[in-house]
Design a protein. Structure first.
Lengths: 633, 293
């Protein structure tokens, strides 16, 4: 029975234009439409209208937090720019409303783009600082440029929203307009988070460097997300100006930014439904506390602290968890088993995954295939140093299609450094690296990955926030074409592409014996399974060269036997493999050729049997003869 | 524009810069101990000033005693903030902890408004109100006090961090918390200490600035932001950077206000901040981190 449901969930076609949890959205929409029945006066409309505006800004900020893990303290500035630009355009220059909307959105996008360009290149607190500075500057400018903005006393006489002679004259009309707008934006944003782009954004948040090696252009995506989230705020500002018809700089100062960030935090960072709850709570709180007069500010602060301290994942964790697959892990913590991701409910699996191919017996030179093909990966006198430490010195090596080349050496010899230089995670300081005769040194990691170099990591790099299948789908990122717009709109092409990639991913999972676990969180996988998943992910986009960093590290001999079977099977598909490994059993049995690295320089290369006999290797790597205890391999 | 104003502007800038530096040091200590940005730092400044106002103007307690009590009380507030909500938050996510300090900031501001009302208060300046002239600049004795006390505090902090075992332990915790714990240093106690010292520094800044600019329940907000910018300017977490950043910000602001436009005074400070972030993101004294997989 469970098996059956699982299949349905794996294969259900994506709904057109609507997120997969559209039922919640529908329920919410109905509630919003019915709510005015209980409104006693226009004050309620005013409150809910402002709430909707806050919710739109919060939505944008949540998108940003979810993808970069950084907050912006400048969203009030974008909100303000959206309001003022449109107000000035429509009132002072009599530009029609639609065009003043376009102008304000374009200018907000441009401002946020210019701000994001230098700051998002860096990690850490920079975005917070830059946006904070930006916000303060914008509020000062709004207050000082009196001829344009009306200065501190505000900007009156802004026309109401409307098309032609039909305007949204009352609070009630605006209520329907703004909530329908919110619902549309909310649905589009949910679509985005469930798409190829959304997966990539989650990956960027969790492990940015790893995401880059999966051909995800992390920087471009972060900038795009920032601009998008600023545009949300700009749109809300536009609506605010044309709703209240009067704006003043005070509304858009740094404290509104802080307030928006607290709404995001109270609702749970990065959770879209939670953000709505946070916006509702913190918008309502001042209204409710109003009666306490002088106590109001103190109570607001204390309640804010209490919610943050007591709710580990933000307000309404259940609502958030049921709506957002990102938070599905929460179900475990609260003991409400989610059948699709709880291992206890997972179907029994017959031991570990089946080995696909025979592992060659102990190394026999005759079984080595003939390499007449040109090397696909060529490294020519690669040098690299960290400060005064020469990590690599004139390292040259080649890998041909269908060949397994092992790179061995004592700890600290520079093996992983070679792999990091190939993937572009480290800057090459001397020498060249080329893939299929084209130089790749100097390209960024995502470009190198896109050219066809896949890799795995010494410490397995899977994404905890994503299910097994979504982890694997990240590997297919390069094959997808759907961008932000088609992901938001969930166009038929996007749906078709997603289904196709999903089907391919399921097949790949099948061949690695992981299909049963497709919808589980990766934390339920054993280390071997995580390693297999990582290999599968690096293979998804059919790389020409695969870099494996200590695949046998931390797994038992029986498991490494199985892993060897998988690696050997790749060889027949013509993938060139560069293997860094300490397990000599694995190296000697799998490798066609071996390079030995010591202190950053190559000391030997050749077939396994040559390497075994090489005196330099024996003394450097396995210990000197005098030590007499070199029989490790 | 008058160039003869420059010595005067410089003195004003250094005076404010000293205050910013003290506030920035508070951010810096907590950043180093916990990795948090403490948004309640500005409220520490306000609390320090308001407590002295209350003790001295209200209860007629002599200024030096009121100083000491205020600094101790604000240090205790810092410890309370750390031992209470921050220590007990169930979500250890940095952003959430930072938001808790925002909550604390709002609460303290609310408490300040309840206790002392919405009016601005002022304190008598130290050493009287008659300025003396030095190189064309009128210098208030209060300015000298600010400069002298800032230098003194810096010296004490330097002594504490480099000459005492406790200070060295604190540096160890900020460098490598796990390693420090393994050799028997209690990180929790030192983090509480960092909050206490931050509180004391904030209070001192507040007490010193009040005779010049006056103080109200929400006066800590802008001062806190300026101190934060100063800390960033110098390189977030760097002690020398906090001082240099504070002075630079104070002087730039003062020169900008005097020579260009006083309306855009704050904008100039933050433009400088943006410029530094774009050109040298680690700040003047900061170090860039290399992140590895």
């Amino acid at each position: 029975m469970i098996e059956h449901e699982r299949e349905i969930e794996l294969k259900t076609p994506r709904t057109a234009f609507l997120p997969s949890n559209w039922r919640y959205l529908l329920a919410f929409a109905v509630a919003i439409l019915v709510l005015p029945v209980f409104f006693r006066n226009d004050y309620f409309y005013l409150f809910f209208n402002i709430l909707a505006l806050n919710a739109i800004v919060v939505l944008g900020l949540n998108l940003l937090v979810g993808s970069t893990g950084q907050v912006s303290l400048g969203h009030a500035a974008f909100y303000g720019l959206g309001a003022y630009i449109s107000a000035i355009a429509s009132t002072t220059f009599h530009v029609p409303l639609f065009f003043s909307l376009c102008i304000s959105i374009l200018l907000v996008a441009a401002a946020s783009f210019l701000l994001a360009l230098p700051t998002l290149r860096l990690e850490g607190h920079y975005l917070v600082m830059a946006t904070l500075g930006f916000n303060i500057i914008v509020s000062i400018i709004l207050g000082q440029m009196e001829s344009l903005t009306g200065g501190p006393s505000g900007f009156p006489g802004i026309p109401k929203l409307g098309i032609g002679s039909w305007t949204l004259a009352t609070d009630r009309e605006f209520y329907y307009f703004i909530w329908i707008s919110f619902l549309i934006i909310f649905a589009l944003t949910l679509n985005l988070t469930e798409s190829r782009i959304g997966r990539a954004l989650k990956a960027i948040h969790e492990k940015e460097l790893t995401a880059r090696t999966l051909a995800i252009p992390t920087y471009a995506y972060k900038v795009a997300t920032f601009v998008l989230s600023a545009v949300y705020a700009g749109f809300a500002g536009f609506c605010y100006a044309h709703y209240l018809t009067f704006i003043s700089p005070k509304t858009f100062d740094i404290f509104y930014s802080v307030q928006i960030v607290t709404m995001v935090a109270v609702g749970g960072m990065g959770s879209l439904w939670g953000g709505l709850a946070g916006a509702a709570l913190l918008s309502a709180l001042p209204e409710v506390l109003h009666q306490f007069e002088d106590l109001q500010v103190l109570l607001y602060g204390l309640i804010l602290m209490a919610v943050l301290v007591a709710c580990p994942k933000g307000l309404l964790p259940f609502l958030a968890a049921s709506a957002s697959p990102v938070l599905s892990r929460l179900f475990h913590r609260f003991g409400r088993a989610n059948p699709t991701s709880d291992r206890a409910h997972a179907p029994k699996r017959g031991g570990i995954s089946p080995a696909p191919a025979e592992v060659p017996p102990a190394r026999a030179i005759t079984s080595r295939p003939d390499f007449r093909e040109e090397p696909i990966l060529k490294i020519n006198s690669l040098s690299l140093s960290f400060g005064g430490l020469q990590a690599l010195c004139e390292v040259s090596l080649e890998v041909s299609p269908g060949e397994i080349v092992a790179l061995i050496g004592p700890n600290g010899a520079g093996k992983t450094t070679v792999l990091n230089a190939i993937s572009g995670l480290l800057k090459v300081q001397g020498g060249t690296i080329s893939l299929a005769e084209k130089g790749i040194s100097g390209l960024s990691p995502h470009q190198i990955a896109a050219r066809g170099i896949g890799r795995t990591f010494q410490a397995v790099q899977v994404f905890q926030a994503l299910s097994v299948i979504d982890n694997l789908l990240l590997g297919y990122h390069k094959l997808g074409r759907a961008g932000f717009a088609s992901a938001c709109l969930r166009t038929s092409r996007e749906r078709h592409e997603e289904e196709m990639l999903r089907a391919q991913a399921l097949d790949l999972l099948e061949s690695y014996g992981l299909r049963q676990m497709a919808l589980c969180g990766v934390q339920h996988l054993s280390l071997l399974e995580q390693k297999l998943l990582e290999i599968a992910r690096s293979l998804a986009a059919s790389p020409r060269v695969l870099l494996l960093d200590e695949p046998a590290g931390g797994i038992n001999p029986r498991e490494s036997e199985l892993l060897m079977g998988h690696i050997n099977a790749l060889k027949t598909k013509g993938v060139g493999i560069l293997l860094v490994e300490h397990d000599m059993n694995m190296v000697m049995r799998l490798a066609d050729r071996i390079y030995v690295l010591q202190h950053g320089g190559l000391i030997a290369s050749g077939t396994p049997s040559e390497i075994r006999k090489d005196p330099r290797v024996i003394s450097a790597y396995l210990g000197t003869k005098q030590a007499g205890k070199a029989g490790r391999s | 524009m008058s160039w003869s104003l420059i010595p005067h502007l410089l003195v004003a800038g250094i005076t404010n810069g000293g205050i910013y530096a003290l506030i920035a040091l508070g951010y810096c200590l907590i950043q180093n101990a916990t990795g948090l940005v403490n948004f309640a730092q500005g409220e520490f400044v306000m609390l320090g000033a308001m407590i002295v106002v209350w003790l001295h103007n209200g209860l007629n307690i002599p200024l030096p005693v009121a100083f000491a009590i205020a600094i101790l009380l604000v240090a205790a507030t810092g410890i309370l903030l750390e031992k209470g909500p921050i220590r007990h938050s169930r979500n250890r996510d940095i952003l959430t902890l930072v938001m808790i300090t925002v909550g604390a900031s709002i609460s303290l501001r609310g408490a300040g408004m309840m206790l002392w009302g919405k009016n601005a208060h002022i304190l008598p300046s130290l050493g009287g109100d008659s300025p003396f002239i030095f190189m064309n600049a009128a210098i208030l004795p209060q300015s000298l006090w600010i400069m002298a006390l800032s230098v003194l505090v810096l010296g004490l902090l330097y002594f504490f961090f480099h000459m005492t075992l406790l200070g060295k332990a604190m540096r160890a915790v900020s460098d490598n918390r796990m390693g420090a714990a393994l050799i028997g240093i209690s990180a929790n106690r030192l983090i509480a200490l960092a909050f206490a010292v931050s509180g004391a520094l904030g209070a001192l800044a507040g007490i010193l600035i009040t005779p010049i600019t006056s103080m109200s329940y929400d006066g800590g907000l802008m001062l806190g932001l300026k101190g934060f910018s100063a800390a960033i300017l110098g390189g977030y977490g760097s002690v020398a950077g906090a001082v240099a950043g504070g002075l630079l910000l104070g002087i730039a602001e003062s020169l900008g206000a005097g020579l260009i436009s006083s309306a855009y005074k704050d904008a100039i400070a933050f433009l400088l901040l943006l410029a530094v972030l774009f050109v040298r993101p680690a700040g003047l004294f900061g170090k860039t981190h290399v992140r590895r997989l």
